[in-house]
Design a protein around this ligand. Sequence first.
Ligand SMILES: O=C(O)c1cc(C(=O)O)c2c(n1)C(=O)C(=O)c1cc(C(=O)O)[nH]c1-2
Ligand SMILES: [Ca+2]
Length: 680
Amino acid sequence: QTPPKGSPAHVQTALQKVDGNFIRANAAKTPDWPSYGLDYAETRFSKLDQVNASNAKDLGLVWSYNLESTRGVEATPLVVDGVMYVTASWSVVHAIDVRTGQKLWTFDPQVDRSKGFRGCCDVVNRGVALYQGKVYVAAYDGRLIALDAATGKTVWEKNTIEGQKGSYTITGAPRIVKGRVIIGNGGAEYGVRGFVSAYDANTGERKWRWFVVPGDPSQPFEDASMARAAKTWDPSAKYWESGGGGTPWDSFAYDPELNLLYVGTGNGSPWSHKARSPKGGDNLYLGSVVALNPDTGKYVWHYQETPGDNWDYTSTQSMILADVKVDGKARKVLLHAPKNGFFFVIDRTNGKFISAKNFTEVNWATGYDKNGRPIELAAARDGSKPYDAIPGPFGAHNWHPMSFNPQTGLAYLPAQHVPLNLMDDKDWKFNEDKPGRPHAALGWNTAKFANAEAPKSKPFGRLVAWDPVAQKEAWGVDYASPWNGGTLTTAGNLVFQGTADGRLVAYDARNGTKLWESPTGTGVVAAPATYLVDGKQYVSVAVGWGGVYGLAQRATEKQGPGTVYTFALGGTAKMPEFVQYRMDKLVQGVKYDPAKVQAGTMLYVANCVFCHGVPGVDRGGNIPNLGYMDAAYIENLDKFVLAGPAMSRGMPDFTGKLSNEDIDSIKAFIQGTADAIRPK
Ligand SMILES: O=C(O)c1cc(C(=O)O)c2c(n1)C(=O)C(=O)c1cc(C(=O)O)[nH]c1-2
Ligand SMILES: [Ca+2]
């Protein structure tokens, strides 16, 4: 007797099978999508071809599912035998029956909503991992939680940041390698020491932890890799007090034959190299790809893409393991397009540099020498004057997943241009909250000023189809907005990508011809997934505008809720009604003292700007712009800022941080800016 599909007994049987062998076997034909990047190589290349370049035009909606969230949705849905697991903002897990589009269960880890500010970049989550009947979610507040796949009930829970000091979070999807749950933490904008940990999937027991940067050199180093790294840091500024950074907050890949786990590491903490390590140095292992032994967590090799990071150039972007021919020789390589704007091909057996070429405009280096060191432009590191960092901290490519299609030999990545003007803050002191310092009141420690001068160029996005062997673009598609979704590519010669302007598009993987598109209501940042259920191919994407760029900016006039859309050939379901974005007129009539505008500007930078944007200039993302609010809100700003009603939606409590006089100054800045830009 087989249990009915979607029943707890069916889910239990279907999910019990998922383990390392299952993930490896699935890679041959990819009927299911059992791991974040589809397979251990993180290719996001599906071998399914029922949906292909000749029939993609017949795709239609099968169902949509309301994730009941209003913030960013970054998850790739995992699907095994018609059971989907996907996460929404605040790390809420949804189990959905693909056959009906109905909810099986949800799990809310109850992250304290008033602590949203403890992560830099929206209260997002990139998805779950599956193993032997369990679902693993890493919650925003640092807890790693194992759930029963059939019921959503907690099996075990571990606090991954227990005993560590600083503002740590988790946004990434766990991966399961050899029965261990691998997870990294974020927090390098605040001042933390990055690390990656492995937990026994069955018991939750911690098996190993590898730190990305060294700790206090007067204490014993954890291992030889830390002793070696410490030689590349200048201890005079006590980097261990502000943590040093390097947080591996997103990407991993695993090569079972080589028995290597690849980790993409993050930026320096603080961002300014001079503040962190005044005499210079490469500051290992920031901005690197590091190979670890997955059994022990021991360092094997590294390749550093951004030595002495000075621009928030993380190397946490998706890494893809591919086998390609370079100069006629078959090579096992790792493909990587980190924030710094260069596309890297490295030998994944030993970490040796093969080649790098910029995939978009960059102004910090002209290229890489044959040893794999960047040839830098001095102005980029100078820091004494306002300087447009290109790429800026938003990255030439951020976490939005890349895919690689071995049939076309092309990698597909959402590239972008988002300039930010940076200058060193020479007086920076760790955790000193001073007006004018970017988000200093919320715990940020960048030792940089942002946009002291307005950037000279405008942001844009571009889907880039990159030939990693020739190191050049094969084709590309321009978008008016940056922050477009991750990609999926298939044996049907397709590339699927969601866009910031609210569409899911299918392109011909060979030449970029647009074959099909569907509206998605709001902007898409996550990557789609494809899979078979009862022999039929589906394409699903989780939609919810957000992530760091999406907090204060947007490219649609439509708004949430977070929604999963599932498409198939011949689908005829109706799209849900899209909600008009709510934005009032430019604020008018709030009484203020013009003498307070300057003080208000500095307070706004230290408390408000990265979430709410510049009043009246930006237009709001998943958080409203204060220049486009009804005057009553701004007049009563204290009621919102001091333990206000929006705390249940992620607004911090500024009690004790902002006085009533400070709030008056912020009001003056908001109304003053609105008045200054109002068309005469
Ligand atoms: O340094 C870090 O620890 C850290 C963490 C995260 C994160 O966990 O989301 C981001 C970043 N940095 C970051 O630099 C960044 O651009 C970024 C974008 C996003 C996002 O989800 O949209 N997260 C993060
Ligand atoms: Ca960062």
